[in-house]
Design a protein around this ligand. Structure first.
Ligand SMILES: Nc1ncnc2c1ncn2[C@@H]1O[C@H](COP(=O)(O)OP(=O)(O)OP(=O)(O)O)[C@@H](O)[C@H]1O
Ligand SMILES: [Mg+2]
Length: 527
């Protein structure tokens, strides 16, 4: 009969004194087991070693170690040693057999005489020794953070004088050492998994941010830009990006780099406007220790950091004249020295610059060196302002709508027709950046599934821009809102007026009257 430890004491003789050599063997076992478990990160190999040590020092005829798997539903034998039949990983349900019961209860089970245990009957074939000798089976739980996560079972020769209490205590110590090793391994595994997830996420983010296909817009002018990007990306040519603020110059600089043979090397950005004149040189070229007061150590400049990759000099039009001279030399000779340094450093960097300034004007006024300009202006891409590519506007608006809805956890489906009209008639001096900001604001203030005209920022709500919301009286504002709702309903029902009337909970007669009153062309909603 299987007995729990409490009864084991009373039903078995625990009279014999442990011989010193047995104690020493036990200590040896523990020492070797702890070495096996701490010596490797391969847990399965370590578990085999521990079981093998139990066999060698402790006379275990066979031993198995089983762990809970699959959301705690199944127990799988992870390691087995000794006279075991096959290497197949046996499986048990929680509560099934002795292993299943130990895992379920978290308590050890001792079977002094296996031949008398009904639960072993159907597995008698696995223990051929039983025909000639009696066996004792002991299973102890593996407990991790107060939860039973497995069991270790051993077959021992039956000895009438065996002290089950001490044997169980000893096996419990081995089990707790295994639990510690499991804990470490699971921590390592979860940390590894976290790093893998983070890495996948970052790669995805990088790809999304800088992938060519992430530049939205299929208008004629943009297609021309894509062609130029594709042409120049595979070369080492210096590129100048020109265009108004917010047109996507930085996005294009990324696209060139990430589609070039230098893609796996660094992309380094320096904003010439963000750094004070005194700092820009040391930032670009680095400095040696003691080059100036405060230079306590040597520092690499951005040119060195971008080695083999791309250096993006944003707002190049703001670069001061002294630095312009130094930059010109780098472009001509492909070499420079750190500030305060004497060693000449060779550089292999593709340069991309960007500006929204009128460079010709700056040259005429003496603020920008003409010779440098010609070196930068090898391949120029003009990025068109948003107002010159109206077809892109709606695509971009949809893109931002989806992006910000996701970011702000909202379920906004579309933009109402009057709001679209407003977007289209506005002149967008801040270009794509301004459009993105306008849509983010709209998403934040929108409380339904549709962006309406009144969700758009006040700068768009001018008479020229919309003609809908600048009126001051309440009745006019309501009328504008009503018109908006009607157009919206027509859009939803694809121009079916009866359905639209029902959607707004009004009659066909009133609906048609309002459609005529507001001069809404319902046919344009038909598909
Ligand atoms: N075609 C586009 N598709 C998607 N997003 C775009 C596009 N063009 C610009 N953007 C977005 O608009 C914002 C402004 O773009 P970017 O910073 O590249 O402009 P810029 O030309 O460098 O402006 P500035 O001259 O002011 O520095 C960014 O958030 C960018 O992701
Ligand atoms: Mg920029």
């Amino acid at each position: 009969m299987a007995i729990s430890l409490a009864s084991a004491k009373t039903t078995t003789s625990s009279t014999s004194l442990e011989t010193p050599s047995r104690e020493i063997r036990r200590l040896m076992t523990l020492l070797e087991a702890s070495q096996a478990l701490s010596g490797t990160l391969d847990l399965r190999a370590a578990l085999h070693r521990v079981l093998e040590i139990l066999g060698r020092h402790h006379g275990a005829i066979r031993s198995t170690l089983a762990l809970l798997h699959d959301d705690d539903k199944e127990i799988v034998v992870e390691a087995a040693e000794g006279a075991v039949k096959s290497n197949a990983r046996a499986r048990y349900q929680v509560g099934e057999g002795i292993t299943g019961r130990v895992v379920q209860s978290g308590k050890p089970i001792v079977v002094p005489r296996v031949s008398r245990e009904p639960m072993f009957l159907n597995r008698a074939a696995e223990r051929p020794e039983l025909s000639s000798e009696e066996l004792t089976y002991i299973s102890v739980p593996i407990v991790l953070n107060r939860k039973t996560v497995g069991a270790m079972g051993v077959d021992l020769r039956f000895k009438a004088d065996r002290d089950y209490d001490r044997t169980v205590k000893f096996l419990n110590i081995v089990a707790s050492m295994i639990a510690q090793a499991l804990k470490v391994q699971r921590l390592i595994e979860s940390e590894r998994q976290r790093l893998v997830d983070e890495n996948t996420h970052l790669r995805q983010e990088l790809k999304e941010r800088y992938d060519f296909s992430n530049i939205i817009g299929t208008s004629g002018p943009m297609r021309q830009v894509y062609e130029q990007i594709a042409q120049v990306a595979r070369t080492n040519t210096t590129v100048l990006l020109r265009g108004e603020s917010g047109t996507g110059k930085e996005l294009i600089a990324h696209a060139i780099h990430y589609n070039s043979p230098r893609a796996k090397r660094p992309f380094v950005k320096v904003s010439c406007a963000a750094l004070p004149e005194s700092l820009i040189e040391s930032e670009l070229f680095g400095y040696e220790k003691g080059a100036f007061t405060g230079a306590q150590g040597a520092k690499k400049g951005r040119f060195e950091l971008a080695e083999g990759g791309t250096l993006f000099l944003d707002e190049i039009g703001e670069l001061n004249v002294t630095t312009q001279v130094k930059l010109l030399r780098v472009l001509q000779e492909r070499e420079f020295e750190r500030l305060g340094g004497t060693e000449t450093i060779r550089t292999n960097v593709r340069l991309i610059t960007a500006t929204n300034k009128d460079m010709e004007h700056a040259i005429a006024g003496g603020a920008f060196r003409e010779d440098l300009y010609y070196r930068l202006n090898v391949f120029t891409i003009f990025v068109p302002p948003l107002r010159e590519r109206k077809p892109d506007l709606l695509q971009l608006a949809d893109y931002f709508l989806e992006k910000f809805s996701r970011e702000h956890n909202k379920n906004i489906r579309r933009i109402s027709t009057p709001a679209i009209d407003m977007l289209v008639s506005y002149h967008w001096p801040g270009n794509v950046r301004e459009l993105g900001n306008a849509l983010e604001r709209a998403v934040v203030v929108c409380d339904g599934q549709v962006i309406h005209a009144h969700h758009l920022p006040p700068t768009l709500q001018t008479a020229e821009a919309s003609g809908t919301v600048t009126r001051t009286t309440l009745s006019e504002a309501l009328a504008a809102y009503e018109k908006d709702l009607i157009q919206d309903a027509l859009k939803t029902t694809r121009g079916v007026r009866a359905k639209a009337a029902r959607l707004l909970n009004t009659t066909d007669r009133i609906f048609n009257y309002k459609v005529r009153k507001y001069g809404i062309d319902w046919r344009r909603f038909k598909i």
